[in-house]
Design a protein around this ligand. Structure first.
Ligand SMILES: CC(C)(COP(=O)(O)OP(=O)(O)OC[C@H]1O[C@@H](n2cnc3c(N)ncnc32)[C@H](O)[C@@H]1OP(=O)(O)O)[C@@H](O)C(=O)NCCC(=O)NCCS
Length: 199
């Protein structure tokens, strides 16, 4: 390799995050399933405990994509999907809590960890929630997820509750934590914000 061509080679991986608005290509769905499997094998922490078969995993993600009350965000490293997060909108009948939105299933595959991607995903999901007119982001997770707890607490999430019977892993209860963050004051938002298509 000449010194000229070496100048054009970037060794730093390029991180990016995005909301999935137009479905996923076959390659992207495959990468998302790979990332999910790798993260489950590394200890899960975002719901799954045992590795589901690949068909089920593909159908799960395809289901997320078609649910109007879900928004899917993915993280990429050098263009390859390596993690995801979802926002779950409140049910339309829950008018009193229509300012709330729930973050769930945030994970990054082990090979892409430590590059700031989960912080980017979280930030992007929060900004999207604010643009859609939500005032509060809620989330919950197992008490054993130390890295995620660090992430959320450092991003301003306040511990609002604990549940000793939050999850069951290998026949034993695992405690869980509930976090909440005020994204913007109520007076900033419209009241009809439970519309996933709202700008
Ligand atoms: C938690 C998780 C998403 C972090 O992903 P990541 O891309 O490696 O995290 P980032 O590089 O963006 O780091 C963001 C912050 O997370 C925290 N963090 C990340 N890895 C950590 C670790 N090993 N130990 C402690 N804190 C850690 C830190 O606060 C870090 O901020 P800093 O770099 O300024 O110290 C990842 O470890 C994961 O997928 N874990 C399993 C799934 C899970 O627990 N999901 C949450 C429940 S829904």
């Amino acid at each position: 390799m000449t010194s000229d061509s070496a100048q054009h080679v970037s060794l730093k991986p390029v991180p990016s995050v995005e909301m999935v608005t137009n479905g996923l290509s076959v390659g992207d769905l495959n990468d998302l399933c790979d990332a999910t499997e790798e993260a489950i094998n590394a200890g899960g922490g975002f719901g799954w405990i045992h590795l589901p078969n690949r068909n089920l995993l593909e159908r799960f993600w395809q289901g997320v994509l078609i649910m109007p009350a879900r928004m899917l965000f993915v993280a990429r490293l050098d263009g390859v999907i390596c993690g995801a997060a979802q926002l779950c909108l409140p049910p339309r009948n829950n008018e009193a809590q229509s300012f709330n939105i729930q973050l769930s299933g945030l994970f990054i595959s082990p090979w892409a960890r430590g590059q700031g991607l989960s912080r980017r995903l979280l930030d992007y999901a929060e900004k999207t929630a604010m643009k859609k007119g939500f005032a509060v982001m809620n989330l919950d997770l197992r008490e054993s997820q130390d890295a995620a707890i660090q992430l959320y607490e450092s991003a301003g999430y306040e511990l609002v509750g604990k549940n000793p019977h939050y999850a069951a892993v290998d026949g034993k209860f695992v405690a869980g934590r509930y976090y909440s963050k005020l994204l913007q004051p109520l007076e900033n938002i419209k009241t009809d914000n439970a519309d996933p298509d709202a700008e």
